[in-house]
Design a protein around this ligand. Structure first.
Ligand code: PHE
Length: 445
C-alpha cells in the first residue's frame, strides 16, 4: 500500500468534492441549463447524477482501492495486463490531460477577469459591448498564454507535494472557502427581484428548445453529470488508491454527489436571479459568465464585492479540479516508469502548458481529424471528444469491471455493507451499463 494516503475522511471528501466541483458546476451547468431550456434539463441532470453518476463513482472508488494504483494500473491489477478493459484506464488519463489543457485556458480567462475587476472595478463594463470585449480578451494570445501557464504552474506546485502534503492539505482549505463564497452569493441573489423567474426557470419542467429532443437533452444532461462528478476518467480511481481500508466508501460517495449537486444548483440560484433581474436572457451559452454577468455586476449594489467573489470562486474551483486531473494523468507515468514524482509532475505540467496553446482561441485552430465531433474551435472539439465519447465509454467500462470482472466477494468486501451490496451489485451489472449504452448510441446518432 502506498504510504502517501489521505489522513482523514474529511480530507478524502474535500479532495474528491474539490475534484468534482469546478467550472463544470459554476459555469458549465448554468450555461447548459440556460441553452437547454432550464427545468427539463435540470430534471434529467438530477436523474443522471443520482442514478447513473453515483453508482459509477462508487465503482471507481472500489476499483482504485482494490487496485491501489491509477486507472491504468488498477484495471491491469484487476483484469490482467492484456485485458481490453485496460483501455478505460488509458482513455481516462488521456481525457484528463486533454480536458486540463482547455480547462486551464478558461481558468486563465477567469484570472484575467478577476485581476482586471479587482483593479479597475466593474463600471468599465457598464457602457461597453462586453461580447466584443470578451472576444478581445480571449484573443490576446500573449496575455492569455501567460495566465494559462500561471494557472498550470499553481496546479503543479500543489501536485508536486503528493496527496497528503499537497492535494489533501489544499482541499481542506479551499473547499470551506468555496462553500462560504457560494453561500454569500446565493444569499445575495435571494434578495433580487428576478428570483421568482430564476426559480421557475431552473425547476419548472420546461418545453424543450427548438430542435432538441428528450433523448438529446438527456444525453447532454448525462454528459454534464459525468463531467461534473469527475467520473468516467479514473480521476476517482486515482484518489481512491490513497483511501485507507477502514473508510466507508458508500458514505464518501454519497457526500461527494451531494456536495457536487448542491453546488451546481446553488450556482444556478446565484447566477440566474442576476441574469433575470438585469433583463438578460439565460440562453447565451458559454459567454454567460464572461459576457452577461460583468454588466450586471457593474449595475448592482455591492457589485464590486459580489463580482470579485464570483471570479475568485471560479479560479479556486478550477484549481481543485485541475489538481485532480493532473494527478490522474500523472498516475500512469508513476505506475509505469521509475521516474521521480517531482520530475514527472513538472514534465507533464509543461506538456499541458504547451498543448494548451492550441486551445487559445486566438490561434483560430481546429483539427480536421476531429471535425466529426461537431466542434469548430479546437477547445470545443476536445470538449466534445471527451464528453461525448471518451467519458461515457470509460464510465461504461468501469461499471462493467465491477459488475462482471471483479470477484463478487471482493466487491462486497469493498462495499462492506450487506444491504447496499444486495442492491448495488445487480444494479451496476444490469441497469447502469444499459442506461449508459443507450445514451452513448443515441448521443452519437
Ligand atoms: N468535475 C470537474 C468540473 O465540474 C471537472 C473535472 C473533470 C475534474 C475530470 C477532474 C477530472 O469542472
Amino acid at each position: 500500500m502506498s504510504k502517501d494516503n489521505f489522513t482523514s475522511k474529511i480530507g478524502i471528501v474535500a479532495a474528491t468534492a474539490g475534484s468534482a466541483v469546478g467550472l463544470g458546476n459554476l459555469w458549465g451547468f448554468s450555461y447548459k441549463a440556460g441553452t437547454n431550456g432550464g427545468g427539463s434539463f435540470v430534471l434529467f441532470y438530477l436523474f443522471s447524477a443520482i442514478f447513473i453518476g453515483m453508482p459509477v463513482l462508487l465503482a471507481e472508488f472500489i476499483i482504485g482501492r482494490e487496485g491501489r494504483k491509477g486507472p491504468v494500473g488498477s484495471v491491469e491489477e484487476i483484469t490482467g495486463k492484456k485485458s481490453p478493459f485496460v483501455i478505460a484506464g488509458y482513455l481516462g488519463v488521456l481525457s484528463t490531460f486533454l480536458i486540463l489543457s482547455f480547462y486551464s485556458v478558461i481558468a486563465g480567462w477567469s484570472i484575467d477577469y478577476l485581476l482586471n475587476s479587482l483593479t479597475h472595478g466593474f463600471s468599465q463594463y457598464a457602457t461597453m459591448d462586453t461580447a466584443a470585449h470578451f472576444g478581445e480578451v480571449s484573443n490576446q494570445l500573449g496575455t492569455q498564454i501567460f495566465f494559462q501557464c500561471l494557472f498550470v504552474l499553481a496546479t503543479i506546485a500543489i501536485v508536486i507535494f503528493g496527496i497528503q502534503r499537497g492535494i489533501e492539505k489544499i482541499s481542506k482549505i479551499m473547499m470551506p472557502l468555496l462553500f462560504g463564497i457560494i453561500v454569500i452569493l446565493v444569499i445575495y441573489s435571494l434578495t433580487l427581484p428576478g428570483l421568482g423567474e430564476a426559480v421557475s426557470f431552473l425547476f419548472k419542467p420546461s418545453p424543450l428548445p427548438e430542435g432538441a429532443t428528450y433523448f438529446s437533452t438527456f444525453s447532454s444532461a448525462l454528459g454534464q453529470a459525468f463531467f461534473s462528478l469527475s467520473v468516467g476518467m479514473g480521476a476517482v480511481v486515482t484518489y481512491a488508491k490513497a483511501v485507507d481500508d477502514k473508510e466507508d466508501l458508500n458514505s464518501i460517495t454519497l457526500q461527494v454527489v451531494f456536495f457536487d449537486t448542491l453546488i451546481a444548483l446553488a450556482a444556478g440560484l446565484a447566477i440566474f436571479p442576476i441574469i433575470f433581474s438585469y433583463g438578460m436572457t439565460p440562453d447565451q451559452g458559454a459567454g454567460l459568465a464572461f459576457i452577461s454577468l460583468p454588466i450586471a455586476f457593474a449595475e448592482m449594489p455591492f457589485g464590486y464585492i459580489i463580482g470579485n467573489l464570483f471570479f475568485f470562486l471560479l479560479v479556486i474551483a478550477a484549481l481543485t479540479s485541475a489538481i485532480s486531473m493532473l494527478e490522474n494523468s500523472l498516475s500512469v507515468i508513476l505506475d509505469k516508469f521509475n521516474i521521480e514524482r517531482k520530475v514527472a509532475t513538472i514534465g507533464l505540467g509543461a506538456l499541458v502548458m504547451l498543448f494548451a496553446c492550441l486551445s487559445q482561441t486566438g490561434l483560430n485552430f481546429s483539427c480536421p481529424l476531429l471535425n466529426f465531433t461537431g466542434g469548430t474551435a479546437f477547445m470545443d472539439q476536445l470538449d466534445y471528444l471527451t464528453s461525448l465519447y471518451f467519458i461515457p465509454i470509460g464510465a461504461l467500462i468501469f461499471a462493467l469491471i465491477v459488475g462482471y470482472r471483479m470477484d463478487t466477494e471482493v466487491v462486497k468486501k469493498q462495499i462492506n455493507n450487506e444491504k447496499i451490496s444486495k442492491i448495488y451489485i445487480p444494479y451496476v451489472r444490469y441497469v447502469v451499463p444499459i442506461l449508459i449504452a443507450i445514451i452513448i448510441v443515441t448521443g452519437i446518432l
